[in-house]
Design a protein around this ligand. Structure first.
Ligand SMILES: [Cu+2]
Length: 152
């Protein structure tokens, strides 16, 4: 009896340790992609990234099998009143905070889509972080006229 119990503990111990140490994931909420317009094969993904992991983190890479390239962008208005988009290396996610990706601000740009995206489609998206494990999320495609508040 004693021997069996001991053997069991040896087998179980590494699992329980691994589970306790398993890093928390960054939460995503209200993720959506805008339907493409006309013949465009470019669109943007928006949503909320929330860090309750207990440590600072950052979104550092995005990819999807349905587009040649996915980049983190930020839309800004220059002094001429012209909107431009800048490529961001990462989105900083301080512990205990969230970042809203919305039209006119931070977004994930999908370029070189395999096909036009219609409302109701789902786009698989891989999000990679500096510290937390990578996440695979499914992003719903909403009509091109959608505003951030429309997404439940
Ligand atoms: Cu962009």
């Amino acid at each position: 009896m004693h021997k069996i119990l001991l053997a069991l503990m040896v087998v179980l111990a590494p699992f329980s340790v691994a589970q306790a140490d398993e890093p928390q994931a960054i939460e995503t909420r209200k993720m959506w992609a805008r339907a493409t317009i006309g013949q465009s094969l470019t669109t943007a993904v928006y949503g909320i990234l929330e860090n309750q992991t207990g440590q600072d983190d950052a979104l550092v890479a995005v990819s999807t099998p349905v587009a040649r390239m996915a980049q983190i962008h930020r839309t800004t208005m220059n002094e001429m009143g012209i909107m431009t988009m800048d490529h961001m290396e990462k989105v900083v996610l301080k512990d205990g905070t969230f970042v809203v990706m919305e039209p006119g601000d931070i977004h994930i740009m999908l370029m070189g889509l395999e096909q036009k995206l219609e409302a109701g489609f789902e786009v698989p998206l891989k999000l990679e972080f500096e510290n937390s494990p990578a996440r695979q999320v499914r992003v719903m495609v909403y009509p091109a006229t959608t505003k951030f508040g429309d997404v439940k």
